[in-house]
Design a protein around this ligand. Structure first.
Ligand code: ZN
Ligand code: ZN
Ligand code: ZN
Length: 468
């Protein structure tokens, strides 16, 4: 909501004694900008003025004095009825703190100055002065990092926020919006949707802008994030996981879709664990294909003096349908040995989902091996450790067996030739025995598959180089 009084009555300023804010905005934008920089313009009023800038100018130029006020009032009414509820677009522009590159001193914004670029476009330039070494800095996104900007007698060194922000490592902009209230369109980040245009039908596919927002999260931490924003309907587009952290009042535009997202997630949790298709975008560690995992009745390293961290980690699993998904497991981690430990019960749950993609050994083999090097040479075949099996008890489908072998090739765990020689070895060992007829048939089939498998055909992301 924005008040008519504030926009239309005499505005408190030094230059135009008996003029309104709208008048100043339309007739002297430069002076208006100065008032704004000095923090004298209310953020709601600023939103209104920016949104109706063309209409306001048109009214000022083409409408006779007598009806002008009425037209302005109509616009304000329209704006207020669209923005009822008052949750829209309430923010304060703030400038992030930067670190002086010379002495790492924290610098606040000192002042804003106006400059004219070569193309005679005006822009506002932030100035930071280091309290310690007194050097002058600025941050203008169109110039490169550390580039020197000469202005009259002074030289300003350009600092980009992404390299120099004091608090927010990934800040993409020096100017951020401190959100107090807001209106949001929420989408499911797990579905990897790209938002480029506003979904609001009255916005005519307006192209969304990227803005940096600063907000307080539930843990009372300050959070900075780049989100998309529609400058017509003043709606932010945010992924679901972000809104779960919001600790300020906000309005949801697509309530129905959000209920659907919530329902889907609840179902996933009830199915036993967080099963997701995309690589999760949180800070939990991932157990990778090359990692050693020992299933044990206890989280303990064979070296008694090694400490074990209790962690929650993502692990990839080849599901029954042959597709790979991520699931969360609790594990122990020995940082000294780089070995993960999972409980037998966790392992049983994983097996219910499919074949975990990592090198799994049991307690017996682990204790026998003596160390990680020993585990690598353990009696157990590496193929077995990765869940490959032709036994009737496990009864893996052809599809699953092939997916395991393809994954080992794609992730550079084993080369094609190595897998073939393992399979050849199994076949030659069991050749004479009739009871292995079925197993041999499976090995032969798999050997043919590996031989004709095009490396990289099912290339997966996350390859971190060779390791064995
Ligand atoms: Zn300094
Ligand atoms: Zn819009
Ligand atoms: Zn250890």
């Amino acid at each position: 909501m924005v008040s008519k009084e504030y926009l239309l009555a005499c505005f408190n300023n030094d230059k135009y004694i008996d003029k309104s804010l709208i008048y100043i905005y339309v007739h002297d934008k430069e002076y208006y900008d100065e008032l704004y920089i000095e923090g004298k313009v209310d953020s709601g009023a600023r939103c209104f003025l920016e949104q109706y800038r063309f209409k306001l100018r048109e009214i000022a130029n083409n409408t006779p004095n007598a009806s002008r006020l009425l037209e302005y009032e109509n616009l304000i009414n329209e704006y207020n009825s669209k923005n009822k509820g008052g949750l829209i677009n309430d923010y304060k522009d703030v400038y992030i703190n930067l670190l002086c590159p010379a002495d790492k001193t924290r610098m606040r914004l000192t002042k804003l100055i106006k400059i004219k670029l070569h193309n005679s476009k005006k822009r506002i330039m932030p100035v930071y002065i280091c309290p310690k070494c007194k050097a002058n800095y600025t941050s203008v996104s169109c110039y490169s990092e550390k580039c020197k900007i000469h202005l009259e007698e002074d030289v300003y060194i350009n600092l980009l926020p992404i390299y120099n922000s004091a608090d927010y490592k990934k800040a993409s902009s020096i100017q951020v919006r401190r959100l107090i209230k807001g209106r949001f369109y929420i989408y499911d980040n797990r579905k990897n949707e790209k938002r480029k245009n506003c979904r609001n039908s009255s916005c005519n596919n307006n192209k969304l802008k990227t803005v940096s927002v600063l907000f307080k999260s539930k843990k009372n931490k300050k959070n900075i994030q780049a989100v998309k924003w529609c400058d017509i309907c003043k709606t932010y587009y945010a992924p679901y996981f972000l809104t779960e952290q919001f600790d300020f009042p906000y309005e949801i535009v697509n309530e129905k879709e959000v209920l659907e997202i919530k329902r889907e997630r609840k179902q996933q949790v009830e199915e036993g664990s967080d099963i997701i298709k995309e690589h999760p975008k949180d800070n939990l560690p991932s157990i990778e294909a090359k990692d050693f995992v020992v299933r044990r009745s206890i989280f303990r390293c064979m070296h008694n003096d090694h400490s074990i961290d209790d962690i929650l980690a993502w692990i990839e699993v080849i599901g029954k349908n042959g597709n790979i998904h991520y699931t969360k497991v609790s594990a122990g981690y020995c940082a000294t040995c780089s070995i993960y430990f999972i409980l037998e019960s966790t392992y049983d749950n994983l097996k219910k989902q499919g074949i975990p993609i990592c090198r799994i050994s049991d307690e017996k083999n682990y204790l026998k091996s003596g160390n990680v090097g020993g585990m690598m040479l353990a009696n157990e075949s590496i193929l077995m450790q990765y869940g490959y099996n032709v036994g009737q008890k496990e009864d893996l489908s052809v599809k699953t067996r092939h997916k395991i072998l393809a994954t080992l090739i794609d992730r550079h765990i084993l080369r094609k030739s190595e897998i073939i020689s393992y399979l050849d070895f199994f076949i030659s060992q069991r050749q004479s025995r009739d009871m292995y007829r079925l197993a041999i048939a499976k090995w032969e089939l798999d050997r043919d598959f590996v031989e004709s498998y095009k490396e990289g055909k099912y290339q997966e992301v996350g390859v971190k180089g060779l390791y064995r």
